[in-house]
Design a protein around this ligand. Structure first.
Ligand SMILES: [Zn+2]
Length: 129
C-alpha cells in the first residue's frame, strides 16, 4: 500500500536563499530564505490524511455531500424472525462508520439502534450470518 500521495501544491514554498545559501544577503532581505510560487505537487502522508479526516469527520462528510453528492448508504441488510416478531435490519454506512437500525415490521414498536456490531450479533442471539 502506498504511504504517500501527491497533491497539487498551492502555497508559496520557502526555500533557502540560492544566492547566499541561507547566510543572508540583500536578495533574501537578510532572512536566509526566499518564498517561491510552486507549480507542482507535494507529498502528503496517507496517515496524516486519515488523521485529518477522522479529526474533521463532520466537515469532511458535509464536503463529500456538497461537492460529490455522496450520502450515507442505507439499505435493508436482512429481515429476520426473532422472538415471534419480524424485524428488518437496516444498515447505514458512511465515512464515519456503520449503524444498524432494527425495527419491527409486524407490529408497532420503537426501533433499536446498534453502533456496535458485536451487540447486534448478541441481540440476534449470536447467529452467525
Ligand atoms: Zn540570501
Amino acid at each position: 500500500m502506498k504511504t504517500r500521495i501527491s497533491f497539487k501544491a498551492t502555497a508559496p514554498l520557502k526555500i533557502p536563499c540560492p544566492i547566499c545559501k541561507g547566510n543572508c544577503c540583500e536578495v533574501c532581505k537578510f532572512k536566509g530564505k526566499i518564498s517561491v510560487e510552486v507549480d507542482g505537487t507535494t507529498q502528503v502522508s496517507i496517515d496524516d490524511i486519515v488523521k485529518y479526516v477522522v479529526e474533521n469527520m463532520h466537515e469532511v462528510a458535509e464536503l463529500v455531500t456538497k461537492k460529490y453528492g455522496r450520502t450515507p448508504q442505507i439499505g435493508t441488510e436482512e429481515v429476520i424472525q426473532q422472538d415471534e416478531g419480524t424485524y428488518e435490519i437496516v444498515k447505514i454506512s458512511s465515512l464515519g462508520g456503520v449503524t444498524w437500525v432494527v425495527h419491527r415490521v409486524d407490529k408497532l414498536s420503537p426501533p433499536l439502534y446498534f453502533n456496535d456490531y458485536q451487540k447486534l450479533i448478541k441481540w440476534k442471539g449470536g447467529q452467525i450470518e
